[in-house]
Design a binder for this molecule. Structure first.
Ligand SMILES: NC(=O)c1ccc[n+]([C@@H]2O[C@H](COP(=O)([O-])OP(=O)(O)OC[C@H]3O[C@@H](n4cnc5c(N)ncnc54)[C@H](O)[C@@H]3O)[C@@H](O)[C@H]2O)c1
Length: 332
């Protein structure tokens, strides 16, 4: 019997490839650059499954040219690249990779938060330039993190990992989320639920961990930035459009806030030249989950979802279980 065909828009990692190759006829995009849209639409047309990256949009246009498609598995936890309602209309299972990247992404947020507070990029650039004159008392003094107030926006998997780290740094932790968590979880992470306004007004560091949704687009804008302390820092490892980048550049130039650490950008891969020119920002190229262990786990989760569907099992991290048969949907 012919094996189902899967299009994979990246070479993935061996562990994930092994899973797919046992079960599927595989077609990998292995060029260095991302698959061009036209090529994606052409290649997906006769496929039963798609494993894609957050840079590929699975929308009505793609679903319309892929009548055989049964699953679109993105190798990311953020799934703003998948039009889930459209997938549901086309009876295509949509899956993401939650839970396997929480620590690594929180580590990245912590890393860049400390880097901007302690002026790491500036300090390193000075040393590399060969012009450092030697130690001095008031040289490159930044801001402490320990003992300060951390404001976490979006208290889900990654947000909570930030709270866990904050305990070790003896910080006071505030959080805001669309949904208040149970008091046991608040106690476990020593985090206090506050209104968004209070979080903006009281935090020394604000870290964003919300998904990109219509309600979170430009959550940080000229008005919300203006409510932050002048000494406060903003950290964004969520999605670029959660922050109005032009308003942020203005706020940083005007001294409305002290600094920002950004791993994601509103118009990726473009980063506004204004931000790039500022010293009080740390910029990283969307490396939130970029450890070899975590990226491998993410690829395996995506492959596993595809394999599960075709074996008649429930894909472990399905976003739209309503497309499954009653029997498959009932599995936990
Ligand atoms: N930089 C990176 O490489 C990287 C890596 C991993 C995840 N991410 C991003 O981080 C996001 C969060 O991931 P997660 O696994 O913690 O997700 P999650 O679903 O566990 O948590 C998101 C939280 O945001 C809350 N939320 C939703 N809308 C809100 C609103 N309007 N106001 C306040 N809170 C709101 C939800 O209730 C939830 O608690 C992902 O969606 C992804 O976009 C980025």
């Amino acid at each position: 019997m012919a094996r189902p065909k899967v299009l994979v828009t990246h070479g993935l990692f061996e562990a994930a490839r092994n899973l797919l190759e046992k079960n599927f006829e595989t077609d990998y995009w292995t060029e260095h650059d991302h698959i061009p849209r036209e090529e994606l639409l052409k290649r997906v047309a006769d496929k039963d499954a798609l494993v894609c990256l957050l840079t590929e949009k699975v929308n009505e246009e793609l679903l319309a040219v892929a009548p055989r498609l049964r699953i679109a598995a993105t190798v990311s936890v953020g799934f703003d690249n998948l039009d889930v309602p459209a997938c549901t209309r086309h009876k295509v299972a949509a899956t993401n990779t939650p839970g396997v990247l929480d620590d690594t992404t929180a580590d990245t947020a912590w890393l860049i938060m400390m880097a901007v507070a302690r002026r790491l990029a500036e300090a390193e650039a000075w040393l590399r330039a060969g012009t450092w004159p030697g130690w001095d008392l008031d040289q490159l003094c930044g801001a402490d993190i320990w003992g300060k107030t951390l404001g976490i926006v979006g208290f889900g998997r990654i947000g909570r990992e930030m709270a866990r780290r904050a305990k070790g740094f003896r910080m006071r932790t505030l959080y805001h989320d669309a949904v208040r968590v149970a008091s046991e979880i608040e106690s476990k992470f020593a985090a206090e639920f506050v209104s968004f306004d209070r979080l903006l007004l009281e935090s020394d560091f604000i870290t964003l961990h919300v998904p990109l949704l219509p309600t979170t687009r430009h959550l940080m804008n000229a008005q919300t930035l203006a409510k932050m302390k002048r000494s406060a820092f903003l950290v964004n490892t969520s999605r670029g459009p959660v922050v109005d980048e032009a308003a942020l550049a203005e706020a940083l130039k005007a001294g409305t806030i002290a600094g920002a650490a950004l791993d994601v950008f509103e118009f990726e891969p473009n980063v506004s030249p204004e931000l790039r020119a500022l010293k009080n920002v740390v910029l990283t190229p969307h490396i939130g989950s970029a450890s070899i262990e975590t990226r491998t786990r993410m690829a395996v989760v995506a492959a596993d979802n595809v394999v599960a569907l075709f074996e008649g099992r429930r894909p472990p991290t399905i976003l739209n279980p309503e497309v499954l048969s009653t029997k498959q949907a009932a599995q936990s």
